[in-house]
Design a protein around this ligand. Structure first.
Ligand SMILES: [Zn+2]
Ligand SMILES: [Zn+2]
Length: 362
C-alpha cells in the first residue's frame, strides 16, 4: 500500500543504493588490506586484525631463519640485531631477541602468538633490546598461554623491568581491547646458572644443552644481586639433526666439546682490523676503557681463523656465519678463505637477514 507513495518509494530505492554502495566499498577495502597484514607497520587497530588472522607455522622439516645477523650494539643499515629462529615440528624457538626482532619475525611469517620458547644467550644490549616490543606485541596480540623465556642470571629481573615499563601503555590499552591477562602472567622466566654442560630443556622435538663460554672471561664480571653474569652457547639436538649456536664467545674448549660432531654450527665472527680501527676512532684517544674494550674484542669474540679452528675441532658438518662484527669497508667475502685454512671441507654459509637454512642441508 505505502509503495504507491512515489516519494517514499524513491527514498527507499535511494537508501538501498546508498547501503549497497557502502557494502561494496567496505568489501573492496577489506580485500585490499587483507593481502598484507603488517601488524606493526600500520597502526594499533591493525593489531586486532592480525589477531584474528594468525599466520600458521607450517614448518615440519627443521630450519633456521636468520632474523638479525649484525653484531651490536650499534644499529646497522643492512642487518638487524642478533636473533635467530629455529623451527621444527611446527614449533618455533627464538634464540636471542635483538632490536627489530618482532618486525623480522613478522617478515618470516611467524606470529608472536605462535612463538614457543625464547632462549637468551647473554644480556648484552644487542641480544635483548628487542624483548620490550616483543613482549608488548605479545600482550596486544591476545596470546593466551605464557611465553617461556630461558636465559642467564638476570633474565628474570630484565623481564620484570620490561613489564614495569610496558604497564603504562597496557593500562591505556585496557579500555580499548578485549580483556587481556596480567602481563606478569604472560611471561614465564627460567634462569640457567650452571657453567654446564647442562641439558636444561626438553620437549618432543628438541633437547637443549647449555655451556658457559668465554665471552665474559676478562670482562670483570661481578656477582650481582641476581647472581653471576653468564654467557651461554646452546646446542639443540633433534631427530633431524643437531645445531649449535655459539652465541657471543671467544675460543672456548667447553664450546668445542658442546659442538662435537654437530650437523650445523651457527657461529659469530669478528673482523678485528676494521672493528679495532672504528673503536679507536670513536674513543678519540687512549683510556682504560678503550684498553678494556680492545681486550674484550680480541679475546672474547671469534676471528675467521678461530671460527675455522672451532668448526674443525668440533667436526662440524656445516658452518653458518652470523653476528657479523665488522667495521666500515670490512671484506666479508674474505672470511671464507680464512676459515678454509682450518676447515677445508664442510659447507660455509655467510648469513644474511631472513636467510632460511634447512637443517637437513637440502
Ligand atoms: Zn653480540
Ligand atoms: Zn655480547
Amino acid at each position: 500500500m505505502f509503495l504507491k507513495n512515489k516519494s517514499l518509494r524513491f527514498r527507499l530505492v535511494f537508501f538501498g543504493v546508498f547501503v549497497l554502495l557502502h557494502v561494496v566499498l567496505l568489501a573492496l577495502w577489506v580485500t585490499r588490506h587483507s593481502d598484507n597484514v603488517p601488524s606493526q607497520a600500520v597502526g594499533d587497530d591493525v593489531v586486532l586484525l592480525a589477531d584474528t588472522i594468525p599466520i600458521p607455522s607450517e614448518t615440519v622439516v627443521g630450519k633456521i631463519v636468520l632474523l638479525g645477523t649484525a653484531a651490536g650494539p650499534v644499529p646497522r643499515p643492512g642487518r638487524s640485531q642478533p636473533a635467530t629462529l629455529f623451527s621444527i615440528g611446527g614449533r618455533d624457538y627464538l634464540i636471542d631477541a635483538g632490536d627489530n626482532v618482532s618486525q623480522q619475525l613478522s617478515r618470516a611469517q611467524v606470529s608472536l602468538t605462535d612463538l614457543d620458547v625464547v632462549f637468551i644467550s647473554h644480556l648484552h644490549f644487542d641480544h635483548v633490546l628487542g624483548l620490550n616490543p616483543l613482549m608488548g606485541f605479545t600482550w596486544t596480540g591476545a596470546r593466551k598461554r605464557p611465553l617461556v623465556i630461558w636465559g642467564p642470571p638476570g633474565t628474570k629481573s630484565l623481564v620484570q623491568r620490561n613489564i614495569s615499563a610496558l604497564e603504562i601503555g597496557a593500562e591505556i590499552f585496557r579500555s580499548q581491547l578485549p580483556p587481556r591477562p596480567e602481563m606478569s602472567d604472560l611471561f614465564e622466566v627460567k634462569e640457567i646458572s650452571e657453567d654446564g654442560p647442562v641439558a636444561f630443556y626438553e620437549d618432543e622435538f628438541v633437547k637443549v644443552t647449555a655451556v658457559s663460554n668465554t665471552h665474559y672471561e676478562d670482562a670483570g664480571v661481578q656477582a650481582r644481586d641476581y647472581g653471576l653474569d653468564q654467557s651461554y652457547s646452546y646446542r639443540f639436538d633433534t631427530d633431524e639433526g643437531s645445531v649449535v649456536f655459539t652465541g657471543d664467545t671467544g675460543p672456548s674448549e667447553a664450546l668445542e666439546v658442546l659442538a662435537m660432531d654437530v650437523d650445523l654450527l651457527v657461529s659469530e665472527i669478528i673482523d678485528l682490523p676494521s672493528v679495532l680501527s672504528a673503536v679507536a676512532k670513536s674513543f678519540g684517544g687512549n683510556s682504560p676503557q678503550l684498553t678494556s674494550l680492545q681486550n674484550h674484542l680480541k679475546r672474547e669474540h671469534l676471528t675467521a681463523e678461530e671460527v675455522g679452528k672451532l668448526a674443525a675441532r668440533s667436526n662440524a658438518g656445516r658452518l653458518l656465519i652470523t653476528h657479523f662484527a665488522i667495521g666500515p669497508n670490512a671484506d666479508v667475502e674474505a672470511f671464507v678463505s680464512k676459515i678454509r685454512k682450518y676447515y677445508p671441507e664442510g659447507e660455509i654459509i655467510l648469513g644474511q637477514d631472513l636467510m632460511s637454512i634447512p637443517l637437513d642441508g637440502n
